[in-house]
Design a protein around this ligand. Sequence first.
Ligand code: GRF
Length: 207
Amino acid sequence: MSPSPLPLGVLVSGRGSNLMAIHAAIARGELAARIVLVASNRPEAPAVGWARAQGLAVGLFPRRDYTSRAEAQAALARALQAAGAELVVLAGWDQVLSPEFVATFAGRLMNVHPSLLPAFAGTMHAVEEALAWGVKVSGCTVHYVTAEVDAGPIILQAAVPVYDDDTPATLLARIHEQEHRLLPQAIALHAAGRLRVEGRRVRILGP
Ligand code: GRF
């Protein structure tokens, strides 16, 4: 018997290519999940328009509509709970989450970061910084979110080469290709109950 689809909340602030990859994996039958809410802090984000065009439920939580960022995130948490989200995926979310928000979704909050963590953690410019540092290998990391930014237990990583003629755009494109494969895969493993967190390490159960 196939498991019932896992209700997902997806948080976006930008382009939304990872949201599209999740949506496509569900459509292909590779991911037993359904997106119950796409939420954004940026009403103008391309991801928001795309989600609406797909007929997905969209919630907007811009900082300016609230007295504080924590208030905005409290409203966001309530909306995710009301929508029944059991896993919340940060797919290009550009705000640090409050400790309260992280505690509410502890163990059910996942992020994708465009570097091999812990390298280039805590920055919105990980790809530019990796190039500037001169690394020969970079990649992406899917991890559970804890109160410390980009420091939660690592679920999956993929490496990509860095070439001499790379620009931030060409390197980002190579990394994105891996993110779009890895993030749906990590969600599927979580949905299937195959991820066990043991301290900092995430053990993948089964074959
Ligand atoms: C990705 O590179 C992700 O690693 C980072 O933000 C970017 C989002 O891209 N956290 P997109 O909006 O999914 O296209």
